[in-house]
Ligand binder design. Structure first.
Ligand code: SAM
Length: 221
């Protein structure tokens, strides 16, 4: 059984896609999707030898070697044009690392239809990267698991313009304003309040923190 987070990622992968899972760790995600018969080909990419070996063993134990190829590779170097990859998952990493992985292999993305990204932070930088490279965000999810809040961003080729608020809070998430979304940003508000409590009356930083608070309050209204 997958974690709630990985299950939400799995649910967003298009049926019958040819999948690359970058940083697959134990290859749980591709194993699940193939066993559910949602897809019948995946590459599990791993840059670190330990997890690569574990993934390889796991795939062999499940007898899925003919459907899941485990490859030791950095980011998008795990696939070639001939693999006809149509969906790429990059999950469980920082948003900056995800952007770097996409940037390093961006010329290989033209054949790829769908990106399913689950950054652990820096969602704003990742959204900016996507928009700047002609990807449009087609859906977003936010979820709570074991006290942690995760965002998932799905993107496809296309152009769009996102304003500052949409980049930071998510074009869909900021419209939907789910309970988890409110929880995330209320937490951020209380962090900012604590910062204000500690800053002296006339400190130069107060205005900046105050402006951040107002922005969040505006979105949460
Ligand atoms: N994707 C899984 C998930 O969401 O549960 C595993 C997440 S795990 C925290 C991150 C994995 O990404 C690690 O196994 C790490 O070795 C791998 N990784 C980090 N940078 C990578 C890169 N540039 N290319 C491939 N794998 C990478």
């Amino acid at each position: 059984k997958l974690s709630k987070r990985l299950q939400a990622v799995a649910d967003l992968v298009k049926s019958d896609s040819r999948l690359l899972d970058v940083g697959s760790d134990h290859a749980y995600l591709p194993t699940y999707l193939v066993q559910q018969e949602k897809i019948d080909f995946a590459i599990a990419g791993e840059v670190v030898k330990g997890p690569y070996q574990i993934a390889k063993n796991h795939v062999a134990e499940q007898n899925l070697q003919d459907k899941i190829e485990v490859r030791l590779a950095n980011g998008l170097a795990a696939f070639e044009e001939g693999d006809n990859i149509s969906s790429i998952v990059i999950a469980g990493m920082g948003g900056l690392l995800i952007s770097e992985i996409l940037e390093a292999g961006k010329e290989k993305l033209s054949q790829v239809e769908q990106l399913i990204l689950q950054p652990n932070n820096h969602e704003e930088s990742l959204r900016s990267w996507l928009v700047a490279h002609d990807f449009v965000i087609s859906s977003e999810k936010i979820l709570l698991e074991a006290g942690k809040i995760y965002e998932i961003i799905v993107a496809e080729h296309g152009t769009s313009e996102l304003n500052e608020t949409e980049l930071e809070f998510g074009p869909y998430l900021s419209q939907e304003k789910s309970e988890v979304f409110r929880k995330k940003w209320n937490k951020e508000l209380s962090t900012l309040n604590k910062i204000l409590d500690r800053l002296p009356e006339k400190h130069e930083k107060r205005a900046e923190v105050q402006a951040k608070k107002e922005k969040i309050e505006g979105v949460l209204q």
